[in-house]
Design a protein around this ligand. Structure first.
Ligand code: 13P
Ligand code: SF4
Length: 318
């Protein structure tokens, strides 16, 4: 990285706003990013809402404040736009747990199966997929697939097993991948929190392990957990997902209390995705100024991957 002066946060926010207007750029941020990043975004959402937004925007530049597979998804849907990812190291342990060549070999054993994959995958895996899903729509998508169609689900074993339990599709073949953040929550520590806050519902993301999900009063995607907290009469909640969601929870419910569930081994008491936290205001400013790092995709692969995301967005996979 070039030698750069350090900027004070207020002038960074002003400069980001100026560059955004000048370059007709839109900033999309996931709920797991840093609070100050969510605050300057034009749109903050979960994976499904962000992919819908990326498909619709008329901006010339999409700056994705999130991780690599999200920016890649935006580029797949909007190939004529410049898509910027402020830190190219912002990966995803779940996407990395399903490498495209290994997945292609795996699928050879299931030639007659419909392939459903979480958007938390690389463009190479999406190119091998019939229909993508997110944690918001995965159960609905699997429910819509006729019972006589066999299914492979990738890459998250926890979400896959949760879908099996809700839909009764016990024969669904599930790839053995996981997200390091959601795998790490401690059942014992959640049970201890339940004792301290007996009236607080436990809200959990379906990427968590089954033993953790069994402690939950409500299981849902990031957007579903936000909706539940806003509409529930409870005033205190135990939150079992990535800590970035707390910012939006507090913004939408300033009088309610949210207790983050801790991971098995933590001194900070919260559970951060270190990839999401790589996105800072300073990196956003530099990315907009220099128009890089840019997401560039092979066009043949992009076209093959686009079908699986369009099938999810249009509901046209059956
Ligand atoms: P959702 O945005 O679908 O809740 O997914 C959570 C996640 O882990 C994103 O990386
Ligand atoms: Fe990937 Fe997990 Fe981070 Fe989401 S929270 S980006 S699934 S590593």
């Amino acid at each position: 990285m070039k030698n750069e002066p350090s900027y004070d946060p207020r002038s960074l926010v002003e400069e980001i706003g100026r560059l955004k207007r000048q370059k007709k750029a839109v900033i999309l941020a996931h709920y797991y990013t840093r609070p100050e990043v969510q605050d300057i975004a034009d749109f903050t959402g979960d994976s499904l809402a962000l992919s819908q937004k990326a498909a619709q925007t008329d901006a010339s530049i999409i700056l994705f404040a999130g991780v690599h597979f999200m920016a890649e998804t935006a580029k797949i849907l909007s190939p004529d736009k410049k898509v910027l990812l402020p830190d190219p190291q912002a990966g995803c342990s779940l996407a990395d747990s399903c490498e495209a060549q290994a997945f292609e070999r795996f699928l050879k054993d299931y030639p007659d199966h419909l392939v459903v994959a979480y958007v938390n995958t690389s463009v190479g895996v999406k190119a091998l997929t019939d229909v993508c899903c997110t944690s918001s729509n995965a159960v609905d998508i699997v429910r819509r697939i006729p019972r006589d169609r066999k299914i492979v689900f990738a890459p998250d074993r926890n979400l896959g097993n949760y879908i099996k339990s809700v839909t009764g599709r016990e024969d669904m073949v599930v790839w053995n991948g996981a997200c390091h953040v959601h795998e790490e929550f401690s059942v014992e520590k959640i049970l201890a929190l339940k004792k301290s806050y007996p009236n607080a519902p436990v809200l959990a993301h379906p990427e968590c392990k089954k033993s953790v999900l069994l402690t939950a009063d409500y299981i849902g995607s990031t957007a579903a957990l936000l909706k539940y907290a806003s509409t529930s009469p409870a005033d205190t909640f135990i939150v079992v997902t990535e800590s970035g969601i707390l910012h939006q929870l507090k913004r939408e419910n300033p009088t309610k209390q949210f207790i983050p569930a801790p991971p098995i081994d933590s001194t900070c008491g919260c559970n951060d995705c270190q990839y999401m936290k790589l996105v800072t205001l300073e990196k956003i400013y530099r990315a907009l100024r220099d128009e890089e790092p840019e997401v560039v995709l092979d066009e043949t692969l992009r076209r093959r991957a686009e079908r699986s995301i369009r099938n999810m967005l249009d509901g046209t996979f059956i």
